[in-house]
Write a protein that binds this ligand. Structure first.
Ligand SMILES: NC(=O)c1ccc[n+]([C@@H]2O[C@H](COP(=O)([O-])OP(=O)(O)OC[C@H]3O[C@@H](n4cnc5c(N)ncnc54)[C@H](O)[C@@H]3O)[C@@H](O)[C@H]2O)c1
Length: 373
């Protein structure tokens, strides 16, 4: 046997992946204009879904007229967050001569952000993109952290990359057209951020009026979005690739995803995550980690914002397929169910660098009974 020759590929990333998140009311055009003045691109494309394409037709026409931005719309909805849409978009931008020096703008909710980020990360091995989230969920969650990707027949977000945007522009004006159901989906993530990270933030949220979003105070809303963005970016910058701290963002989601699945996705994501948070809080309380008083406050905020009435709809659901799903969720290792547990509001359980813990079926069954299923 000849001597083995070695070549080391030393990867010390010198690339600075930092980016800014700019938040405000009616800021989109000004911020975009300043960004485009500072950075020269060969082509600019804006990707959006068919729904927003109609709602924001006037704005998009202005962008294409005044800034020569090409608009690409794909059919709305999670069912189109797939490789076919990516392949179609690749054909469209290639035909329009997009090259390495081009820019993509993701204008829409989490589906648009995930698709556009993925497209930007693979097109010509990576081109710049910016996020303009228009749903509350995308503003406080999916536009931050650099996870991009699409679903396949076999599962959600199975194909994807870690790829950071160059800028995130959050304009609360876009929330005026967002349906209430979508506001609730995003607000569940906001409540989650406060429970896992910041008791003061939780106190502020629990004092909001339940119809805050009907007539929002846009300054307060920007502050809320800002705090959630700070929490999410603090967590993801300390654990870019989800090996440690980032697990805390899954609070409520392990059980929540199981509920979404057994409801055949008829129940909104926000409600499922909220019920997941309730169940994971019950398990934390039953393990004597979380005080009864903190548990009560969590149950009360979820009740106040109308998340728990959905529990009734899940009664009589197929417990076996729920447990089967939990065992196969990609967050779980070797068929064990792992969840984030709480020590108190604002603090999750951590042991030897681990933030998610095995729970057993009995504990979930007991929590389900206690939650009045
Ligand atoms: N990358 C991540 O880290 C991350 C994190 C969480 C969720 N996600 C992904 O995000 C997606 C969910 O995001 P979503 O809830 O925003 O879904 P979405 O993009 O499908 O938006 C929900 C609906 O709201 C509409 N909409 C968006 N903004 C609007 C506005 N301003 N006015 C009127 N209608 C508007 C959309 O057209 C769509 O019909 C999922 O695919 C999920 O996997 C990704």
């Amino acid at each position: 046997m000849s001597r083995i020759k070695k070549v080391f590929v030393r990867l010390k990333s010198k690339i600075d992946n930092s980016y800014r998140i700019l938040i405000g009311h009616n800021i989109f055009l000004d911020v975009l204009e300043r960004y485009l003045k500072k950075n020269i691109f060969s082509k600019i494309g804006l990707v959006t879904d068919s729904n927003l394409f109609v709602i924001y037709e006037k704005l998009l026409k202005k962008l294409s007229r005044e800034y020569r931005i090409e608009i690409f719309a794909f059919p709305e909805g999670e069912k189109n967050k797939n490789l076919t849409t990516i392949s179609n978009l690749i054909s469209e931008i290639t035909r329009k001569n997009f090259d390495r020096k081009s820019l993509l703008i993701a204008f829409g909710g989490g589906v648009t952000g995930d698709l556009t980020g993925f497209l930007a990360s693979i097109y010509m091995r990576g081109i710049k993109f910016i996020q303009v989230p228009t749903s509350l969920l995308a503003m406080v969650d999916s536009s931050i952290g650099g996870k991009t990707g699409v679903d396949t027949e076999e599962g959600k977000n199975l194909v994807g990359t870690f790829f950071q945007p160059s800028l995130v522009i959050i304009d609360t004006e876009f929330l005026k057209t967002l349906p209430r159901k979508e506001i609730k989906n995003g607000f569940a993530e906001i409540i989650k951020h406060s429970i896992i990270f910041d008791e003061k933030y939780f106190s502020m949220l629990e004092n909001l009026s339940p119809d805050f979003f009907v007539r929002p105070d846009f300054d307060l809303l920007s502050n809320i979005i800002k705090r959630s963005c700070e929490i999410k970016s603090y967590v993801v910058t300390r654990d870019e690739k989800e090996s440690g701290l980032r697990q805390i963002l899954n609070f409520g989601h392990t059980i929540g995803h199981g509920l979404e699945k057994v409801s055949n996705f008829s129940m909104p994501h926000g409600n499922c995550v909220a019920i997941g948070m309730l169940l994971e809080a019950i398990i934390s309380k039953n393990r004597y980690l979380l005080s009864f008083d903190d548990f009560r406050r969590i149950r009360e905020i979820l009740t106040k914002f109308d998340y728990l009435e959905a529990i009734g709809e899940l009664r009589g659901f197929d417990l076996k397929s729920f447990f089967d799903f939990l065992s196969y969720d990609k967050k779980n290792v070797k068929g064990k169910i792992k969840v984030v547990l709480l020590k108190k509001i604002g603090k999750t359980l951590r042991k030897r660098g681990n933030y998610s813990f095995d729970i057993n079926y009995k504990e979930i069954e007991k929590a389900l009974t206690e939650a009045n299923f």
